[in-house]
Design a protein around this ligand. Structure first.
Ligand SMILES: [Zn+2]
Length: 143
């Protein structure tokens, strides 16, 4: 298996590692959107947000919160984005789950997509589509 994040974790590839504990490793993204752009990665390999076990996700989230605060303050950023891209349509390029922490500065750039408007009745239809799925799978996947 060729996974750049596993290679970084195993010190087979270089990275500017910022933080590490028994569950999580964080390092600078080599193609930063802003300087200080950081990736927070579970040490165990999972493809995406849907496949990481809940207990590991919880530890990853706690580390992400801590590191986001450190990145924001040390970069003197005005804010930050925490982003997870899942699937190629969402821009995922490394299939080892991770969060991006992107420090943001006033008026640096805009991530605003063009917003859609629900046509009459469509919002309820979309909600029903999701609700049907949730009611079918809630007992299996959510506890
Ligand atoms: Zn991996």
């Amino acid at each position: 298996m060729d996974c750049i994040f596993c290679e970084i974790k195993n010190r087979k590839a270089d990275a500017e590692i910022l933080f590490e504990d028994e569950n999580v490793i964080a390092f600078l993204d080599i193609q930063p959107i802003n300087y200080g752009h950081t990736l927070v990665v579970p040490k165990n390999h999972y493809d995406n947000f849907l496949t990481i076990p809940k207990d590991e996700l919880s530890k990853l989230m706690q580390a992400t919160q801590f590191i986001a605060g450190a990145v924001k303050r040390s970069m003197n950023a005005d804010g930050f984005n925490v982003v997870s891209n899942n699937g190629s349509s969402a821009g995922q390029s490394v299939y080892h789950f991770h969060f991006h922490i992107i420090p943001r500065f006033n008026k640096d750039f805009s991530l605003k997509p063009s917003f859609k408007t629900y046509s009459s009745g469509a919002m309820k239809d979309y909600a029903n589509q999701v609700r049907t799925f949730i009611s079918k799978y809630r007992d299996i996947y959510y506890e």
